[in-house]
Design a protein around this ligand. Structure first.
Ligand code: DON
Length: 565
């Protein structure tokens, strides 16, 4: 063991790694499942052990997280899944929530005045959920094991309960006040109003029944019949507008991933309606023109050019991106092109930051609760999925009798037409609310390949920081030579154009680095943890998978697939 640690230390020293601690990743030849919850990661690893594909495992993990990680795991939300089979074409599954038929661009301006409560924290804030349809579509096309086998572990966890961790206990305690006005939420997540202590068992019988309907009938078990009736009843009783028709009409969409290259590696990422893939590839294209390795990880030079690249890519994000079905003229090819990056790079000075353009754009509110899962099976099929309820525990409303939380994803639409303000509201066209429309996201599930072979799976939660966290894992591996765990551990920072500042993680950067950045004109803001990345790398030389899970939060795990029973 000692010798191995020494060998790794020597290898890292040779590579010139200068970031964070030296860490050992999880290693496996049979597959790795990395998620924010150990119980769910094990569920996924068992699916692969039993002969399932990476997508089979993702479906099982998706349902398990809806039980064991209720802050973001969900069946009442939505997300994106990118899949790269070991042979054949990569595909992307879009199961973003949609606006209900009765939605309108001005619905967040009752009486003509924008109301953030209605936009983010009301029954109107709930989008038509996509997760069940999305997982089912991916399974139908890429799965091998029976659907029921993949939902069953979640049913058992909901029905029989699971041990509440210290992290979950704290999280449930924190959200208690916001859930207080919803009796079904209080009933599900407290013991008659008393918070769960670590070590106690949390059972969710109504959720078990809903999952059972999904296991038996697929999406119809959610979008039709009893579950749909329970959702509609809750909506009608509380001024919500999601109808049974909206639910029945929901469709997950198969899309072609957006692609780019970075230093000879192929980037396969999620297309709009998330901005994640396009914005990240755009920033990487700009960065390709710099010798980041020479500048050095965490150096002021590297942070400067990375922040300047992020800033320019995020400005384009705000100007151009939204639901492609409603914005047919989005210039995605231009944004992804090396030529566009070359033009933007010309505007970057190595000596000084350029002030953000005076155009007044800002972003709709996005919170920091979502979750990412990276999975590779023993045949090197790779799946990368980020899904969310938007804020932690979504809108905090459990559907009575159905046992699952609803999202508040409608908050990702812009505030209303023509109300872009200096205070940060945005009223630009591409992401205004409209019936059936998908709200713009930042989620960026990503896969990298090299010479036709899988290389890396990555992604993270974190609202607008998602794009930069994911980018930093890629730069960490490709430019700075980090392994999967080190790339996750490395300190993070974020620039999103406006506000015109670099947010950096506490303890991550030395005072002299920060001073050197300030001298270049950067406003700097210290913050807490940024993102929760899950990374898997395929080491082709040793023919081994290496996984890293994010230890900024409790309960995550990159689990090696066990040998077949
Ligand atoms: O789709 C989005 O980009 C946001 N609704 C995601 C929210 C989020 O990531 C919060 N994260 N940790």
């Amino acid at each position: 063991m000692k010798r191995r640690v020494l060998a790794i230390a020597v290898a890292c020293a040779t590579l010139g790694v200068a970031v964070g601690a030296i860490s050992v990743p999880t290693r496996s030849r049979a597959g790795i499942v990395a998620s924010q919850n150990e119980i769910a990661s094990k569920v996924g690893a068992d699916v692969i052990r039993d002969g399932g594909t990476a997508v089979d495992a993702m479906v099982a993990v998706g349902f398990a997280l809806a039980v064991t990680h209720p802050t973001a795991g969900n069946i009442g939300g939505g997300g994106f899944l990118v899949y790269r089979p070991a042979s054949g074409q990569p595909v992307a599954y879009d199961f973003r929530e949609t606006a209900p038929a009765k939605a309108s661009p001005t619905m967040w301006m009752p009486g003509g005045k924008y109301d953030p409560q209605v936009h983010h924290n009301s029954y109107l804030a709930v989008g038509v959920p996509g997760t069940v349809a999305g997982l089912h579509l991916a399974w139908k096309e890429q799965g091998k094991l029976p659907w029921r086998r993949l939902v069953e572990p979640a049913i058992a966890l909901a029905r029989d309960g699971f041990v509440v961790s210290d992290g979950l206990s704290r999280s449930l305690r924190n959200v208690q006040r916001q859930m207080a006005k919803y009796p079904a939420s209080v009933a599900q997540f407290t013991k008659n109003g008393v918070p769960y202590e670590p070590g106690e068992i949390l059972k969710q019988p109504d959720l078990a029944k809903t999952l059972e309907r999904i296991a038996a009938s697929g999406p119809a078990g959610f979008y039709e019949g009893e579950t749909a009736a329970l959702i509609e009843k809750e909506m009608l009783a509380n001024g919500g507008i999601i109808s049974r028709e909206d639910l029945k009409n929901y469709k997950a969409v198969k899309r072609t991933p957006v692609k780019g290259t970075y230093r000879g590696y192929e980037i396969i990422a999620m297309p709009p309606p998330t901005s994640g893939g396009v914005t990240m590839i755009e920033a990487l294209n700009i960065l390709e023109g710099y010798d980041l390795k020479k500048m050095g990880a965490n150096s002021a030079d590297a942070v400067h050019v990375m922040a300047e690249s992020m800033k320019r890519a995020y400005a384009d994000r705000a100007k151009y991106l939204g639901d492609p079905d409603f914005n047919p003229k989005m210039p995605v090819d231009m944004l992804l092109s090396k030529a566009h990056a070359d033009e933007l790079r010309k505007t970057i000075s190595l000596k000084h930051t350029a002030p953000a353009s005076p155009e007044k754009f800002d972003w709709p509110h996005e919170s920091d609760e979502t979750t990412h899962i990276s999975i590779v099976d023993g045949n090197l099929n790779a799946a990368s999925m980020t899904y969310t309820l938007e804020q932690g525990y979504g809108v905090k409303i459990v559907v009575p009798g159905a046992g699952f939380l609803l999202n508040n994803e409608m908050g990702d639409f812009n505030a209303g037409p023509g109300i872009t303000t200096a205070q940060g509201l945005i009223g630009t066209e591409p992401n205004l609310t409209a019936p059936g429309k998908r709200m713009l996201s930042s989620m960026a599930p990503t896969i990298l390949a090299k010479d036709g072979q899988l290389f890396m799976v990555t992604g993270s939660p974190g609202g607008r920081t998602i794009i930069n966290t994911t980018l930093e894992t890629i730069v960490g591996v490709l430019d700075f030579g980090l392994n999967a765990q080190e790339a996750v551990d490395a300190p993070r920072f974020h620039h999103q154009w406006l506000p015109d500042e670099i947010n950096y993680e506490r303890h991550g950067f030395s005072p002299d680095t920060l001073r050197a950045l300030a001298q270049r004109g950067h406003a700097l803001k210290e913050g807490g943890a940024q993102g929760v990345a899950q990374v898997i790398i395929y080491n082709a030389e040793d023919k081994v998978l290496e996984g890293g899970t994010d230890r900024r939060v409790p309960d995550g795990a990159a689990i090696a697939v066990p040998a077949r029973k």
